[in-house]
Write a protein that binds this ligand. Structure first.
Ligand code: SAH
Length: 350
């Protein structure tokens, strides 16, 4: 067991590390060396920091631990998608998914263990939120999948989506700190334009992101542009009415010039009627956006069934007729429960 007095060294900033060495009669630049080992080389034990003297390594060991994630289980889908069950230092598990296409490899990362929200069609929502992930636990998922991308597909990660477990805007500060490290040249140095944060739509937080001038893309899980229906399938949405969401998204666009992407699943007998289509078209007309019609991934609830192809086509036709960009997205990794909304640590129960 780790004595409580030992701090996770990864919670220290570069300045903190430099200060630690100065206070311990060593040179501040040792802090830069340690930072590099932790954040660029991904080392998990002090002995691996080979440019530090034995005395320095012992000093670090006396004061700190290095918390890190471990891949507990890796599953590969027929379509090349890789799902990782990631064990955290306290034995909780989250899932991260690596999705290859001919031109991209996308990492889908989790932001919480379980989820704060209650979407009825989502498997993750059935696990209550156990805790938020720390910035380094989010960052480490990206590092692990970047290594997998190199190993299996011979290229670095090209994109990151916060579409794994959890609601990123309910773990805002840690998500932002992780993104800072992912984009920092002293970390992974990825461009923020290759990152998309997906939210189920929390107006206040969308406005905060706009004020913070974040440079990543925004996706909103809309699923219905009719308030009553939306709060039926996403009960938390009662507290976040569509009018507020719409104003927050306009504010977002004013501040960032970045159009939002709406994620939208069409279910048979739920949101596949003309009035649903018209409501979506109206909603989209007032906000610079594009729409991603995503395939439903069954989670064993017969109330939710994928709509017929013609109904999805009807959505597509109506949106296009109103010059709203729309794409229809096929699911990836369904055979291993790695697709959107299927992340629920199922493999753990085997
Ligand atoms: N909480 C955030 C991040 C999760 S992203 C959000 O809601 O955006 C996961 C995406 O998959 C969301 O768009 C969600 O609405 C969608 N989703 C959830 N369950 C699904 C399912 N069973 N089939 C297809 N998509 C699903």
């Amino acid at each position: 067991m780790t004595p409580p007095s030992k701090k996770d060294i990864r919670s220290l900033s570069l300045d903190d590390l430099r200060q630690f060495f100065s206070e311990n009669n060593d040179q501040a630049f040792r802090g830069n060396q340690v930072y590099q080992w932790l954040w660029q080389k991904g080392i998990h034990d002090f002995d691996g920091m080979t440019n530090l003297s034995k005395t320095t390594r012992l000093l670090l060991e006396e004061h700190f631990v290095i918390n890190h994630i471990e891949i507990d289980l890796q599953q590969k889908s027929k379509d090349g998608t890789i799902k990782n069950a990631i064990k955290l230092h306290d034995n909780l598990v989250v899932e991260s998914v690596l999705i290859p296409t001919p031109t991209r490899t996308t990492a889908c990362v989790s932001s919480q263990v379980g989820c704060s929200l209650d979407c009825k069609f989502c498997a993750t929502a059935q696990i209550k939120r156990m805790r938020n992930l720390n910035p380094d636990e989010i960052y480490d998922q990206v590092v692990v999948m970047d290594q997998q991308s190199q190993l299996y597909f011979n290229r670095p990660l090209s994109n990151i989506v916060f579409m794994g477990m959890g609601e990123p805007l309910m773990n805002y500060n840690n998500m932002i700190k992780a993104v800072d490290k992912i984009t920092d040249p002293k970390g992974l140095g990825m461009s923020p334009s290759r990152i998309t944060v997906s939210t189920s739509g929390i107006p206040k937080m969308i406005m905060k992101m706009a004020d913070d001038q974040v440079r990543f893309g925004l996706a909103v899980s809309l699923h219905s542009a009719r308030q009553e229906l939306r709060q039926n399938i996403m009960p938390f949405a009662e507290k976040f009415p569509l009018e507020e969401l719409s104003s927050a998204l306009l504010y977002w666009y004013e501040k960032t010039s970045s159009p939002v992407t709406f994620e939208y699943v069409v279910w048979a007998g739920i949101n596949d009627q003309e009035e649903d289509i018209n409501a979506l078209v109206d909603f989209c007309k007032s906000i610079p956006c594009k729409v991603n019609l995503i395939e439903y991934n069954p989670i064993g609830d017969d109330n939710f069934l994928q709509a017929k192809k013609e109904r999805i086509q009807a959505y597509q036709t109506a949106l296009e007729a109103n010059r709203i960009t729309v794409t229809v997205r096929r699911s990836r990794g369904k055979d291993i429960d790695a697709a959107c909304g299927q992340l629920a640590n199922k493999s753990e129960n085997i």
